[in-house]
Design a protein around this ligand. Sequence first.
Ligand SMILES: [Zn+2]
Length: 112
Amino acid sequence: MIVKGNLKVGGALYQFEADEKEDLLAILKVVGIVNIRQECNICNKGTPEDFQFYAYKKSSDKGEFIFVKVRCTCGAVSSLGQYKSGGYYWKDFEEFKSKGGKENQTKSTDDF
Ligand SMILES: [Zn+2]
């Protein structure tokens, strides 16, 4: 069974498709991705129209990890989580906190 889903984020339309022998498995994959939070729980103003979709890959000692997120105009970020048993879900928005004095690094770069 092929299941297709559309997700509109920040004015762009993303299409997701899963092709699985088991019908429920195809539904499980797509429904979790397209069921994005309809409102930012931090500012209570942001809607998917205001969100920015982005993804990146990070390497560490434990391997390579891909992160899929949406950012609200208030700066809060919601991440796509993955159940160990399969399927996806969107986490609550969290306020963005820079780690390791990233802000200071940016400032010193600006000084050059
Ligand atoms: Zn927000």
